[in-house]
Design a protein around this ligand. Structure first.
Ligand SMILES: Nc1ncnc2c1ncn2[C@@H]1O[C@H](COP(=O)(O)OP(=O)(O)OP(=O)(O)O)[C@@H](O)[C@H]1O
Length: 707
């Protein structure tokens, strides 16, 4: 039986056909796998074309499947499917080759069409080439096909590289390397990033081996038996399930000699990597008695992840993975040990307790209640400070208000009182709960759950106590921890965590994902610009950057529009939905506060638009209803279009939050978090993003507005 592989492009083209044609194409491929020479398929060599490996078969009278044949290996690569003429047109200039330097299987176009006119404007002849500093030999090492070297040499402006990618003249791996060079990387940096496993010798005729390389598997999937073929064809191909970026694949598979940390801007596929890692661990490391715990920040995110894992894991693998938000997991664990506390989750209750505790403040002190709350969250809880003596010694690095030892002694009773109030109300904060669970495990190791591995998603919003608990949950061993996060998206006022200080040593095992698969580059740029100048950490005491972070999709630059009233803003939301043919259930209106979300809801409902508020519990949005959510709630999810609404002065950044900061340092931290909220909101958009406001505009957008 023949082996069949499919390119990503094949599925893209398949999905453009009618359901009937798709099913005919599937049948043809299945028949082909049984018998490539079957008369009904009209297996035909496309001799006059650029690549003599190309063949076609018939799906019906008109629809043709274009494939490349490695006949000696009885291996066939399905590349494209379309109606007769466009299918042959597509095939005429394509080449399918194993790159002799990188070993990756590449499909690209060879054509003599010049690059855009822009490069040939009067001044162009003297313009230096984009890649003049890179030698031909280096271009080849980076995976540029020999046929494309002249084209690369002719590139004069950035748009030339984009044009070449859009026309498939440069294969994706070579494009990425060239993109990095343009963005300032040295040859060595680009090479190390793109050519993950440089083969010693490449056999350019050995397609079977080429298809095992991560670079090839980013764009091809193999079905080497009938069952595999059925599976590939039956599932609607969601790309993330099959076509992993080489870096994603490298991270998701194989034994790791200890904790791994994965960073990456919004939409770079961190959660996808974490899910594939869970799958790999479930298949290779876990047993029924030693499972994988996949934790994330909220119940909604855990539910989404479970749903997606169901799509990629067998039922045996699923039994070996437990998905839960960390709070829920720890509470359930503690309850089983007879723990008799509830979690303090109600902001009003919290405020009430603080107001009582604040009354212990010495009359001589003019510190605000906000100061005490911040001090508690950023100094006392992360360091498990339990007594005045410990407080005297506690590190207060990063705090804006200085306190000498005497002052610490004087204000300590406020914290003691707050702790007492929590206890007398049978309440604990999450940090307490994490700590209690860890102490329990340290004192009674036999209680340790049987886990071989813990995966942590959205790590930027987990604090030190959470990570110390995670460390205690699983013994130090290969594959023990896999941590995924993005400091740019820290929105819950947690201290920056330093994994090394929580006993988690990631040295030599960390990576950053750079390709945004969700958002258009135009939206991504705007989102990144909001965080300009904000220093972002890498979860381990170092700095993170957005260098080389890019998106391959393009669309309109998000519009920043201003209105005179909330009602006018609501009108415009409806106008844009209509004008862009958007389904309301695939879109979301996002505002900073719950009150503003409610006001928007009323305005939209008054205009006969049904709305669906995304809150703590997720339920599917009914068809025709428009999603509405706060900025906090949209973390980790995505929509075709987002309307970041009511970006008004006072709301963005939220005045209340900024004004109540006890000192300048805290104010800056809060302002950065407000920026992160906008970054998160904007990067939820798959196709379109809008920034709307009314009344006085947020100072952050004054310069960008369109009237
Ligand atoms: N290899 C891939 N091929 C195609 N699509 C992908 C790939 N990896 C991820 N995606 C898609 O990109 C989008 C973002 O992925 P994911 O949610 O994993 O990113 P993330 O880095 O966790 O995002 P965020 O931090 O913004 O929540 C999803 O729609 C996902 O299906």
């Amino acid at each position: 039986m023949a082996s069949v592989a499919f390119s990503e492009k094949y599925f893209e083209s398949l999905l453009k056909l009618t359901p009937k044609e798709q099913s005919q194409a599937n049948k043809a491929v299945m028949l082909f796998q049984q018998d490539p020479q079957h008369g009904g398929l009209h297996y035909e060599k496309l001799t006059a074309f650029r690549d003599n490996k190309l063949r076609s078969i018939r799906a019906n009278q008109d629809v043709r499947i274009i494939l490349a044949a490695a006949e000696k290996e009885d291996l066939y690569l399905m590349l494209y499917v379309d109606h007769h003429e466009p299918a042959y047109e597509w095939a005429a200039k394509r080449k399918v080759e194993i790159n002799p330097n990188t070993g990756s299987l590449q499909v690209f176009t060879v054509e003599e069409r010049p690059l855009e006119e822009t490069s040939r404007q009067p001044a162009a002849p003297e313009k230096p080439g984009l890649f003049d500093t890179i030698r031909d030999r280096q271009l080849l090492q980076l995976g540029v096909p020999e046929d494309a070297v002249d084209l690369v040499r002719a590139m004069k402006i950035e748009a030339d590289l984009e044009t070449a990618r859009e026309r498939d003249q440069i294969p994706p791996d070579a494009y990425e390397a060239l993109f990095m060079i343009l963005a300032g990387a040295s040859f060595e940096e680009a090479y190390n990033e793109i050519v993950l496993t440089s083969p010693d010798v490449v056999d350019t005729e050995d397609f079977t081996t080429a298809l095992t390389r991560p670079e090839s598997l980013a764009h091809f999937t193999v079905a080497d038996n009938e069952q595999a073929l059925q599976e590939v064809l039956n599932q609607s191909i969601e790309k993330w399930r099959v076509f992993l970026h080489p870096m994603q694949r490298r991270l998701a598979t194989g034994n790791k000699n200890g904790p791994v940390r994965v960073l990456g801007g919004a939409g770079t596929g961190k959660t996808v990597v974490a899910m594939h890692r869970a799958k790999w661990l479930a298949e290779h490391v876990a047993t029924k008695y030693s499972r994988v715990l996949f934790t994330t920040f909220t119940r909604n995110l855990a539910a989404d992840i479970q749903q997606n894992l169901n799509k990629i894991c067998s039922s045996e693998a699923l039994e070996r993975v437990e998905v839960m938000n960390l709070d829920a997991w720890v509470m359930s664990f503690l309850k089983k040990q007879g723990y008799d506390y509830g979690l303090l989750a109600d902001a009003k209750e919290e405020r009430r307790l603080w107001e009582q505790a604040y009354s212990e403040k010495p009359a001589s002190s003019d510190l605000s209640m906000a100061f005490f709350q911040e001090e508690w969250a950023r100094v006392i809880q992360p360091q498990s400070v339990n007594s005045v003596d410990e407080y005297k010694k506690a590190s207060r690095i990063g705090r804006g208000t200085r306190l000498n030892r005497q002052q610490r002694v004087e204000i300590w009773p406020v914290f003691e009182r707050y702790r007492h109030l929590l206890a007398s109300n049978h309440l604990k904060e999450t940090d307490d709960v994490y700590r209690d669970a860890r102490h329990l495990l340290e004192g009674q190791p036999q209680l340790r759950p049987s886990l071989c591995s813990v995966i942590v998603d959205e790590a930027q919003d987990m604090g030190a106590q959470a990570f110390m608990l995670v460390r205690a949950l699983v013994p130090r061993a290969p594959n023990d921890l896999f941590i995924v996060g993005d400091g740019h998206q820290r929105i819950y006022g947690k201290n920056k965590v330093v994994l090394g200080q929580c006993g988690i040593d990631i040295r030599g095992r960390s990576a950053r994902l750079k390709v945004n698969y969700r958002t258009t580059d135009e939206t991504r740029r705007l989102a990144v610009s909001i965080l300009e100048g904000v220093e972002v950490d890498d979860l381990d005491g170092g700095k993170d950057t957005q260098q080389f972070y890019h998106s391959l999709m393009h669309g309109p630059v998000p519009e920043v529009k201003w209105f005179s009233s909330l009602e006018e803003q609501a009108d415009q939301v409806l106008t844009e939905l209509d004008a862009n043919g958007l389904s309301p259930e695939a879109c979301c209106v996002i505002a900073r506060t719950r009150n503003e979300v409610s006001a928007l809801r009323s305005a939209l409902e008054n205009r006969h638009q049904t709305c669906h508020i995304l809150d703590g519990r997720s339920a599917n949005t009914p068809a025709g209803s428009l999603n509405l959510a706060t900025m906090h709630r949209v973390k980790g999810v995505e929509f075709d279009a987002v309307f970041v609404a009511s970006v008004n002065e006072g709301l963005v950044p939220l005045n209340l939050v900024i004004r109540s900061a006890a000192d300048a340092v805290t104010r800056r931290q809060r302002e950065n978090e407000e920026r992160a909220l906008l970054y998160v909101s904007l990067t939820r958009a798959r196709k379109l993003a809008f920034i709307f406001g009314y009344g006085a505009m947020s100072e952050w957008f004054e310069a960008k507005k369109v009237t």
